[in-house]
Design a protein around this ligand. Structure first.
Ligand code: BG6
Length: 482
Protein backbone atom coordinates (compact mmCIF):
# COMPACT_ATOMS: atom_id res chain seq x y z
CA UNK A 1 0.00 0.00 0.00
CA UNK A 2 1.31 3.43 -0.90
CA UNK A 3 2.25 5.57 2.06
CA UNK A 4 1.75 8.72 0.01
CA UNK A 5 -0.73 11.07 1.71
CA UNK A 6 -2.89 13.61 -0.04
CA UNK A 7 -3.36 16.93 1.70
CA UNK A 8 -3.54 20.66 1.30
CA UNK A 9 -2.01 22.53 4.25
CA UNK A 10 -3.21 26.05 4.96
CA UNK A 11 -0.84 27.60 7.48
CA UNK A 12 -2.00 30.70 9.33
CA UNK A 13 1.19 32.32 10.57
CA UNK A 14 3.11 31.23 7.46
CA UNK A 15 5.74 33.96 7.82
CA UNK A 16 6.42 33.09 11.46
CA UNK A 17 9.42 31.66 13.21
CA UNK A 18 7.75 28.36 14.04
CA UNK A 19 6.82 27.74 10.42
CA UNK A 20 10.37 28.49 9.30
CA UNK A 21 12.21 26.54 12.00
CA UNK A 22 9.88 23.60 12.47
CA UNK A 23 7.03 23.19 9.99
CA UNK A 24 8.79 23.54 6.63
CA UNK A 25 11.70 21.26 7.63
CA UNK A 26 9.20 18.72 9.01
CA UNK A 27 7.16 18.77 5.80
CA UNK A 28 10.36 18.37 3.80
CA UNK A 29 11.39 15.32 5.83
CA UNK A 30 7.98 13.77 5.16
CA UNK A 31 8.46 14.59 1.49
CA UNK A 32 11.87 12.91 1.43
CA UNK A 33 10.36 9.82 3.02
CA UNK A 34 7.55 9.79 0.45
CA UNK A 35 4.73 10.44 2.90
CA UNK A 36 4.16 13.57 0.90
CA UNK A 37 4.82 13.29 -2.75
CA UNK A 38 2.98 14.63 -5.75
CA UNK A 39 -0.35 15.16 -4.05
CA UNK A 40 0.28 17.91 -1.58
CA UNK A 41 0.37 21.68 -1.51
CA UNK A 42 0.84 24.36 1.11
CA UNK A 43 -0.71 27.79 1.31
CA UNK A 44 1.07 30.09 3.72
CA UNK A 45 -0.91 33.07 4.92
CA UNK A 46 -0.08 36.03 7.14
CA UNK A 47 -0.47 39.79 7.05
CA UNK A 48 2.77 40.54 5.25
CA UNK A 49 2.76 41.10 1.49
CA UNK A 50 4.90 38.33 0.11
CA UNK A 51 4.94 36.94 -3.42
CA UNK A 52 4.80 33.21 -4.17
CA UNK A 53 8.37 33.27 -5.38
CA UNK A 54 9.64 35.03 -2.24
CA UNK A 55 7.73 32.54 -0.08
CA UNK A 56 9.22 29.63 -2.00
CA UNK A 57 12.68 31.08 -1.44
CA UNK A 58 11.99 31.27 2.30
CA UNK A 59 10.86 27.65 2.31
CA UNK A 60 13.89 26.64 0.28
CA UNK A 61 16.12 28.51 2.70
CA UNK A 62 14.54 26.82 5.73
CA UNK A 63 15.66 23.38 4.53
CA UNK A 64 19.22 24.31 3.52
CA UNK A 65 20.82 22.12 6.18
CA UNK A 66 18.80 19.04 5.45
CA UNK A 67 18.17 19.16 1.71
CA UNK A 68 19.28 16.22 -0.36
CA UNK A 69 19.85 18.16 -3.56
CA UNK A 70 19.11 21.60 -4.87
CA UNK A 71 16.75 20.26 -7.44
CA UNK A 72 14.76 18.24 -4.94
CA UNK A 73 14.53 21.19 -2.54
CA UNK A 74 13.25 23.43 -5.35
CA UNK A 75 10.77 20.85 -6.47
CA UNK A 76 9.49 20.64 -2.86
CA UNK A 77 9.24 24.43 -2.53
CA UNK A 78 7.27 24.64 -5.79
CA UNK A 79 4.28 23.12 -3.92
CA UNK A 80 4.04 26.28 -1.78
CA UNK A 81 1.87 29.36 -2.42
CA UNK A 82 1.44 32.52 -0.42
CA UNK A 83 -1.57 34.67 0.27
CA UNK A 84 -1.44 37.84 2.27
CA UNK A 85 -4.35 37.73 4.63
CA UNK A 86 -6.28 39.72 7.15
CA UNK A 87 -8.02 37.14 9.33
CA UNK A 88 -11.02 39.39 9.91
CA UNK A 89 -11.71 40.08 6.27
CA UNK A 90 -14.25 37.79 4.60
CA UNK A 91 -12.96 38.68 1.11
CA UNK A 92 -9.62 37.10 2.00
CA UNK A 93 -11.24 33.78 2.77
CA UNK A 94 -13.07 33.88 -0.53
CA UNK A 95 -9.79 34.23 -2.43
CA UNK A 96 -8.21 31.63 -0.17
CA UNK A 97 -10.99 29.23 -1.14
CA UNK A 98 -10.35 29.88 -4.82
CA UNK A 99 -6.64 29.19 -4.43
CA UNK A 100 -7.30 26.12 -2.30
CA UNK A 101 -9.66 24.65 -4.89
CA UNK A 102 -7.19 25.34 -7.70
CA UNK A 103 -4.37 23.60 -5.87
CA UNK A 104 -6.65 20.75 -4.90
CA UNK A 105 -7.35 20.14 -8.56
CA UNK A 106 -3.79 20.68 -9.74
CA UNK A 107 -2.30 18.19 -7.27
CA UNK A 108 -5.29 15.83 -7.17
CA UNK A 109 -5.70 16.20 -3.40
CA UNK A 110 -9.30 14.97 -3.17
CA UNK A 111 -10.47 17.53 -0.64
CA UNK A 112 -8.16 16.65 2.28
CA UNK A 113 -7.34 19.80 4.24
CA UNK A 114 -5.18 20.54 7.22
CA UNK A 115 -5.65 24.03 8.64
CA UNK A 116 -2.68 24.92 10.81
CA UNK A 117 -3.16 27.78 13.27
CA UNK A 118 0.15 29.19 14.38
CA UNK A 119 -1.34 32.54 15.41
CA UNK A 120 -2.42 34.25 18.60
CA UNK A 121 -5.08 32.22 20.47
CA UNK A 122 -7.36 35.25 20.35
CA UNK A 123 -7.72 34.56 16.61
CA UNK A 124 -8.53 30.84 16.83
CA UNK A 125 -12.30 31.46 16.98
CA UNK A 126 -12.35 34.07 14.19
CA UNK A 127 -10.30 31.98 11.80
CA UNK A 128 -12.21 28.77 12.39
CA UNK A 129 -15.63 30.40 12.01
CA UNK A 130 -14.55 32.03 8.73
CA UNK A 131 -13.21 28.73 7.45
CA UNK A 132 -16.62 27.18 8.02
CA UNK A 133 -18.69 30.17 6.81
CA UNK A 134 -16.67 30.69 3.63
CA UNK A 135 -16.83 26.98 2.78
CA UNK A 136 -13.15 26.16 3.04
CA UNK A 137 -14.16 22.98 4.80
CA UNK A 138 -14.67 20.35 2.12
CA UNK A 139 -17.35 17.71 1.75
CA UNK A 140 -15.25 15.07 -0.01
CA UNK A 141 -12.06 14.81 2.09
CA UNK A 142 -10.91 15.09 5.69
CA UNK A 143 -10.68 18.48 7.42
CA UNK A 144 -8.38 18.80 10.41
CA UNK A 145 -7.49 21.82 12.47
CA UNK A 146 -4.05 21.84 14.09
CA UNK A 147 -3.64 24.36 16.89
CA UNK A 148 -0.44 25.53 18.48
CA UNK A 149 -0.14 26.43 22.14
CA UNK A 150 -0.81 28.45 24.22
CA UNK A 151 -4.40 27.29 24.35
CA UNK A 152 -5.77 30.00 26.59
CA UNK A 153 -4.56 31.55 29.81
CA UNK A 154 -6.73 29.76 32.37
CA UNK A 155 -9.62 27.33 32.49
CA UNK A 156 -12.36 29.89 31.84
CA UNK A 157 -10.53 31.49 28.97
CA UNK A 158 -9.52 28.22 27.31
CA UNK A 159 -13.06 26.87 27.73
CA UNK A 160 -14.44 29.92 25.92
CA UNK A 161 -11.79 29.53 23.21
CA UNK A 162 -12.67 25.89 22.83
CA UNK A 163 -16.39 26.60 22.56
CA UNK A 164 -15.69 29.14 19.83
CA UNK A 165 -13.76 26.57 17.82
CA UNK A 166 -16.36 23.87 18.44
CA UNK A 167 -18.91 25.98 16.56
CA UNK A 168 -16.98 25.24 13.38
CA UNK A 169 -15.00 22.04 14.01
CA UNK A 170 -15.76 18.90 16.01
CA UNK A 171 -13.43 17.68 18.79
CA UNK A 172 -12.59 14.79 16.44
CA UNK A 173 -11.23 17.30 13.90
CA UNK A 174 -9.18 19.34 16.38
CA UNK A 175 -5.50 18.46 16.84
CA UNK A 176 -3.96 20.46 19.70
CA UNK A 177 -0.18 20.35 19.60
CA UNK A 178 2.06 19.78 22.55
CA UNK A 179 5.36 19.19 20.79
CA UNK A 180 6.64 17.16 23.75
CA UNK A 181 4.18 14.44 22.75
CA UNK A 182 6.04 14.15 19.46
CA UNK A 183 9.38 13.46 21.12
CA UNK A 184 10.84 10.01 20.73
CA UNK A 185 11.58 9.49 24.40
CA UNK A 186 8.17 10.71 25.55
CA UNK A 187 6.48 8.29 23.18
CA UNK A 188 8.83 5.61 24.45
CA UNK A 189 7.38 5.99 27.95
CA UNK A 190 4.29 3.95 27.09
CA UNK A 191 6.38 1.23 25.50
CA UNK A 192 8.70 1.14 28.47
CA UNK A 193 5.94 1.08 31.07
CA UNK A 194 3.49 -1.28 29.43
CA UNK A 195 5.71 -3.37 27.15
CA UNK A 196 7.98 -4.68 29.89
CA UNK A 197 6.71 -6.95 32.64
CA UNK A 198 9.88 -5.96 34.51
CA UNK A 199 8.77 -2.32 34.84
CA UNK A 200 5.04 -2.92 34.76
CA UNK A 201 5.19 -4.91 37.97
CA UNK A 202 7.18 -2.37 39.90
CA UNK A 203 5.68 0.90 38.67
CA UNK A 204 3.99 1.75 41.98
CA UNK A 205 4.48 2.85 45.57
CA UNK A 206 5.92 -0.49 46.64
CA UNK A 207 9.02 -0.08 44.52
CA UNK A 208 9.32 3.55 43.49
CA UNK A 209 10.56 6.10 46.00
CA UNK A 210 10.10 9.26 43.94
CA UNK A 211 10.11 10.53 40.37
CA UNK A 212 11.88 13.63 39.10
CA UNK A 213 11.03 15.59 36.00
CA UNK A 214 13.49 18.29 34.94
CA UNK A 215 12.99 20.60 31.97
CA UNK A 216 15.99 22.90 32.30
CA UNK A 217 16.90 25.50 29.72
CA UNK A 218 20.05 27.56 29.49
CA UNK A 219 18.45 30.21 27.30
CA UNK A 220 16.61 33.23 28.65
CA UNK A 221 13.32 34.56 27.31
CA UNK A 222 15.03 35.93 24.19
CA UNK A 223 12.64 38.05 22.12
CA UNK A 224 9.54 36.66 23.81
CA UNK A 225 9.48 38.97 26.83
CA UNK A 226 5.98 40.30 26.11
CA UNK A 227 4.52 36.80 25.81
CA UNK A 228 6.46 35.50 28.80
CA UNK A 229 5.25 38.31 31.02
CA UNK A 230 1.73 36.92 30.54
CA UNK A 231 2.67 33.28 30.88
CA UNK A 232 5.60 32.74 33.24
CA UNK A 233 7.07 29.27 33.63
CA UNK A 234 3.83 27.92 35.07
CA UNK A 235 1.74 28.51 31.95
CA UNK A 236 4.60 28.21 29.47
CA UNK A 237 5.93 24.82 30.55
CA UNK A 238 4.00 23.27 33.44
CA UNK A 239 0.43 23.52 32.15
CA UNK A 240 1.38 21.60 29.04
CA UNK A 241 4.68 19.71 28.79
CA UNK A 242 5.22 18.98 32.48
CA UNK A 243 1.64 17.90 33.21
CA UNK A 244 1.57 15.74 30.09
CA UNK A 245 4.66 13.95 31.38
CA UNK A 246 3.17 13.67 34.87
CA UNK A 247 0.02 12.08 33.47
CA UNK A 248 2.04 9.55 31.45
CA UNK A 249 4.02 8.64 34.57
CA UNK A 250 1.12 8.35 37.02
CA UNK A 251 -1.51 6.86 34.68
CA UNK A 252 -2.81 3.33 35.14
CA UNK A 253 -2.44 0.84 32.33
CA UNK A 254 -5.02 1.76 29.66
CA UNK A 255 -7.51 -0.97 28.73
CA UNK A 256 -6.02 -1.08 25.20
CA UNK A 257 -3.58 0.86 23.06
CA UNK A 258 -6.43 2.70 21.40
CA UNK A 259 -6.11 6.51 21.66
CA UNK A 260 -9.41 6.83 23.56
CA UNK A 261 -8.31 4.34 26.21
CA UNK A 262 -4.96 6.09 26.61
CA UNK A 263 -6.71 9.45 26.90
CA UNK A 264 -9.02 8.14 29.60
CA UNK A 265 -6.09 6.84 31.66
CA UNK A 266 -4.27 10.18 31.32
CA UNK A 267 -7.31 12.23 32.27
CA UNK A 268 -7.91 10.01 35.31
CA UNK A 269 -4.31 10.56 36.39
CA UNK A 270 -4.76 14.33 36.17
CA UNK A 271 -8.03 14.16 38.09
CA UNK A 272 -6.22 12.30 40.85
CA UNK A 273 -3.61 15.00 41.46
CA UNK A 274 -3.63 16.09 45.07
CA UNK A 275 -5.27 19.48 45.49
CA UNK A 276 -3.09 22.51 46.03
CA UNK A 277 -4.32 25.29 48.27
CA UNK A 278 -3.27 28.33 50.26
CA UNK A 279 -2.23 26.16 53.23
CA UNK A 280 0.07 23.74 51.43
CA UNK A 281 1.34 25.75 48.45
CA UNK A 282 4.54 27.06 50.02
CA UNK A 283 5.63 23.60 51.17
CA UNK A 284 5.01 22.19 47.70
CA UNK A 285 5.88 24.80 45.10
CA UNK A 286 8.77 27.22 44.73
CA UNK A 287 8.85 30.09 42.27
CA UNK A 288 12.03 31.78 41.13
CA UNK A 289 13.30 34.44 38.76
CA UNK A 290 16.75 34.69 37.20
CA UNK A 291 19.10 37.46 38.05
CA UNK A 292 22.56 38.31 36.83
CA UNK A 293 25.63 36.96 38.57
CA UNK A 294 29.21 38.16 39.10
CA UNK A 295 30.49 35.27 37.00
CA UNK A 296 28.16 36.07 34.13
CA UNK A 297 27.95 39.88 34.02
CA UNK A 298 26.93 39.85 30.34
CA UNK A 299 23.78 37.87 30.93
CA UNK A 300 20.81 40.06 31.76
CA UNK A 301 18.45 39.81 34.71
CA UNK A 302 15.00 38.72 33.68
CA UNK A 303 13.67 42.17 34.58
CA UNK A 304 16.13 43.82 32.18
CA UNK A 305 15.04 41.73 29.20
CA UNK A 306 13.32 43.29 26.19
CA UNK A 307 9.61 44.01 26.82
CA UNK A 308 9.75 42.87 30.44
CA UNK A 309 8.43 45.08 33.24
CA UNK A 310 11.41 46.18 35.40
CA UNK A 311 9.25 45.45 38.45
CA UNK A 312 8.07 42.09 37.11
CA UNK A 313 7.06 39.43 39.59
CA UNK A 314 6.76 36.73 36.92
CA UNK A 315 8.44 33.39 37.61
CA UNK A 316 11.06 32.08 35.18
CA UNK A 317 11.57 28.98 37.31
CA UNK A 318 9.25 26.69 39.14
CA UNK A 319 9.84 23.58 41.17
CA UNK A 320 7.13 21.54 42.76
CA UNK A 321 6.21 18.41 44.60
CA UNK A 322 3.21 16.91 42.85
CA UNK A 323 1.34 14.04 44.47
CA UNK A 324 -1.42 11.67 43.49
CA UNK A 325 -4.37 10.57 45.61
CA UNK A 326 -4.46 7.20 43.81
CA UNK A 327 -3.71 4.30 46.14
CA UNK A 328 -0.92 3.04 43.85
CA UNK A 329 1.01 6.23 44.46
CA UNK A 330 0.63 7.04 48.14
CA UNK A 331 3.83 8.70 49.30
CA UNK A 332 5.46 8.81 45.84
CA UNK A 333 5.90 12.43 44.79
CA UNK A 334 6.79 13.57 41.32
CA UNK A 335 9.22 16.42 41.80
CA UNK A 336 9.10 18.79 38.88
CA UNK A 337 11.47 21.56 37.95
CA UNK A 338 11.67 23.84 34.95
CA UNK A 339 13.33 27.16 34.33
CA UNK A 340 15.11 29.52 32.00
CA UNK A 341 18.80 30.42 32.31
CA UNK A 342 19.67 27.30 34.20
CA UNK A 343 23.06 25.59 33.95
CA UNK A 344 22.36 23.61 30.81
CA UNK A 345 19.67 22.56 28.42
CA UNK A 346 18.62 19.26 29.87
CA UNK A 347 15.30 17.48 29.84
CA UNK A 348 15.14 14.26 31.77
CA UNK A 349 12.97 12.04 33.89
CA UNK A 350 14.46 10.03 36.74
CA UNK A 351 12.62 7.17 38.35
CA UNK A 352 14.25 6.59 41.71
CA UNK A 353 13.53 3.13 43.07
CA UNK A 354 13.34 2.31 46.76
CA UNK A 355 16.30 0.88 48.56
CA UNK A 356 15.59 -2.56 49.91
CA UNK A 357 16.25 -3.72 53.44
CA UNK A 358 19.24 -5.88 52.80
CA UNK A 359 20.83 -8.80 54.46
CA UNK A 360 23.52 -9.52 51.98
CA UNK A 361 24.95 -6.02 51.69
CA UNK A 362 24.69 -3.14 54.10
CA UNK A 363 22.27 -0.44 52.96
CA UNK A 364 25.10 2.12 52.86
CA UNK A 365 26.88 0.11 50.19
CA UNK A 366 23.83 -0.14 47.98
CA UNK A 367 22.85 2.77 45.75
CA UNK A 368 19.31 3.34 44.57
CA UNK A 369 18.40 1.87 41.21
CA UNK A 370 17.56 4.80 38.97
CA UNK A 371 15.95 4.67 35.57
CA UNK A 372 16.77 7.85 33.66
CA UNK A 373 14.93 8.84 30.53
CA UNK A 374 16.92 11.44 28.63
CA UNK A 375 14.54 13.43 26.48
CA UNK A 376 16.88 16.06 25.12
CA UNK A 377 19.16 17.37 23.83
CA UNK A 378 20.64 13.85 23.86
CA UNK A 379 18.09 11.08 23.79
CA UNK A 380 18.48 7.82 25.61
CA UNK A 381 17.83 5.62 28.56
CA UNK A 382 20.06 4.63 31.39
CA UNK A 383 19.53 2.32 34.29
CA UNK A 384 21.73 2.61 37.35
CA UNK A 385 22.44 -0.76 38.90
CA UNK A 386 24.78 -2.01 41.59
CA UNK A 387 27.49 -4.28 40.33
CA UNK A 388 30.49 -6.02 41.80
CA UNK A 389 33.61 -3.96 41.36
CA UNK A 390 35.95 -5.70 38.98
CA UNK A 391 38.91 -7.07 40.92
CA UNK A 392 39.67 -9.23 43.91
CA UNK A 393 37.53 -7.45 46.48
CA UNK A 394 33.82 -8.10 46.76
CA UNK A 395 32.54 -4.59 46.81
CA UNK A 396 29.68 -2.88 45.05
CA UNK A 397 29.87 -0.05 42.57
CA UNK A 398 27.10 1.61 40.57
CA UNK A 399 27.11 1.04 36.82
CA UNK A 400 24.86 2.40 34.07
CA UNK A 401 23.18 0.30 31.43
CA UNK A 402 22.80 2.71 28.55
CA UNK A 403 20.68 2.82 25.43
CA UNK A 404 20.89 5.53 22.77
CA UNK A 405 18.30 5.51 19.98
CA UNK A 406 19.51 5.91 16.42
CA UNK A 407 20.37 9.44 15.43
CA UNK A 408 17.92 9.55 12.54
CA UNK A 409 14.80 9.15 14.67
CA UNK A 410 12.11 11.51 13.33
CA UNK A 411 11.80 14.82 15.13
CA UNK A 412 8.77 16.03 17.08
CA UNK A 413 7.04 18.11 14.39
CA UNK A 414 7.67 15.57 11.67
CA UNK A 415 6.08 12.90 13.79
CA UNK A 416 3.09 15.00 14.82
CA UNK A 417 2.33 16.24 11.31
CA UNK A 418 2.43 12.68 10.03
CA UNK A 419 0.07 11.59 12.84
CA UNK A 420 -2.32 14.38 11.85
CA UNK A 421 -2.15 13.27 8.22
CA UNK A 422 -3.00 9.73 9.32
CA UNK A 423 -5.81 10.86 11.62
CA UNK A 424 -4.09 9.42 14.69
CA UNK A 425 -4.91 11.60 17.69
CA UNK A 426 -3.00 9.68 20.36
CA UNK A 427 -0.29 12.28 20.65
CA UNK A 428 -2.45 15.38 20.52
CA UNK A 429 -4.05 17.04 23.50
CA UNK A 430 -7.73 16.36 24.00
CA UNK A 431 -9.96 19.00 25.53
CA UNK A 432 -10.56 16.80 28.60
CA UNK A 433 -6.82 16.80 29.41
CA UNK A 434 -6.56 20.48 28.79
CA UNK A 435 -9.51 21.23 31.05
CA UNK A 436 -8.02 19.19 33.92
CA UNK A 437 -4.57 20.66 33.53
CA UNK A 438 -5.88 24.24 33.49
CA UNK A 439 -7.89 23.61 36.64
CA UNK A 440 -4.76 22.38 38.39
CA UNK A 441 -2.70 25.35 37.16
CA UNK A 442 -5.43 27.79 38.21
CA UNK A 443 -5.37 26.30 41.70
CA UNK A 444 -1.62 26.90 41.93
CA UNK A 445 -1.97 30.51 40.81
CA UNK A 446 -4.82 31.14 43.20
CA UNK A 447 -2.92 29.62 46.11
CA UNK A 448 0.21 31.62 45.24
CA UNK A 449 -1.75 34.79 45.28
CA UNK A 450 -3.65 34.05 48.52
CA UNK A 451 -0.53 32.88 50.31
CA UNK A 452 1.47 35.77 48.87
CA UNK A 453 4.14 33.24 47.95
CA UNK A 454 7.66 34.61 47.71
CA UNK A 455 9.59 34.87 44.46
CA UNK A 456 13.17 33.68 45.01
CA UNK A 457 15.88 35.15 42.86
CA UNK A 458 18.46 32.73 41.42
CA UNK A 459 21.64 33.55 39.63
CA UNK A 460 21.85 32.72 35.95
CA UNK A 461 23.74 29.56 35.14
CA UNK A 462 22.57 27.75 38.28
CA UNK A 463 19.86 25.20 38.82
CA UNK A 464 17.44 27.60 40.42
CA UNK A 465 16.96 28.83 43.98
CA UNK A 466 18.17 26.58 46.80
CA UNK A 467 14.60 26.50 48.13
CA UNK A 468 13.91 24.10 45.26
CA UNK A 469 16.36 21.62 46.78
CA UNK A 470 14.66 21.87 50.15
CA UNK A 471 11.46 20.48 48.65
CA UNK A 472 13.34 17.21 48.29
CA UNK A 473 15.63 17.44 51.30
CA UNK A 474 12.59 17.78 53.57
CA UNK A 475 11.70 14.28 52.38
CA UNK A 476 15.26 12.95 52.50
CA UNK A 477 15.41 13.01 48.71
CA UNK A 478 17.88 14.78 46.42
CA UNK A 479 17.91 15.85 42.77
CA UNK A 480 19.55 13.15 40.67
CA UNK A 481 20.65 15.73 38.08
CA UNK A 482 22.33 18.76 39.54
C1 BG6 B 1 7.94 25.82 24.43
C2 BG6 B 1 8.08 27.00 25.34
O1 BG6 B 1 6.65 25.25 24.54
O2 BG6 B 1 8.90 24.83 24.79
C3 BG6 B 1 9.47 27.58 25.30
O3 BG6 B 1 7.14 28.00 24.95
C4 BG6 B 1 10.50 26.49 25.56
O4 BG6 B 1 9.62 28.64 26.23
C5 BG6 B 1 10.25 25.28 24.68
O5 BG6 B 1 11.77 27.04 25.28
C6 BG6 B 1 11.14 24.12 25.08
O6 BG6 B 1 11.01 23.07 24.15
P1 BG6 B 1 12.20 22.05 23.89
O7 BG6 B 1 11.66 21.09 22.89
O8 BG6 B 1 13.35 22.86 23.37
O9 BG6 B 1 12.53 21.44 25.21
Amino acid sequence: MSQNKKALFIIFGGTGDLAYRKLYPALYKLYKKNYLNENFAVIGTARREWSDSYYQEVVYDSIQDIKESDQEAKEFASHFRYQSHNVNDTENYISLLKLADQLDEKYDIEGNRIFYLSVSPSLFGTVSSHLRAENLITENGFNRLIIEKPFGTDFVNSNALNNDILESFTEEQIYRIDHYLGKEMIQMLLALRFGNPLFKQIWNKHFISNIQVTLAEDMGVEERGAYYEQSGALRDMVQNHVLQIVSLLYMNEPSSNDSKAILKAKVDALKNLKAVNQENINQNFVRGQYTTSKDNPDILDYVSEHEVDPESNVETFIAGKIESTHENWEGVPIYIRTGKRMKAKNTQINIVFKKDTMNFFSTEEVKENILSIHIGPNEGLSLQLNNKQIGHAFELEPIDLIFNPSADAPDDYERLILSALMGDKTNFVHWDELAESWKYIDSIREAWSKAESPLYLYEVNTNGPTEANELLENNNDYWVWS
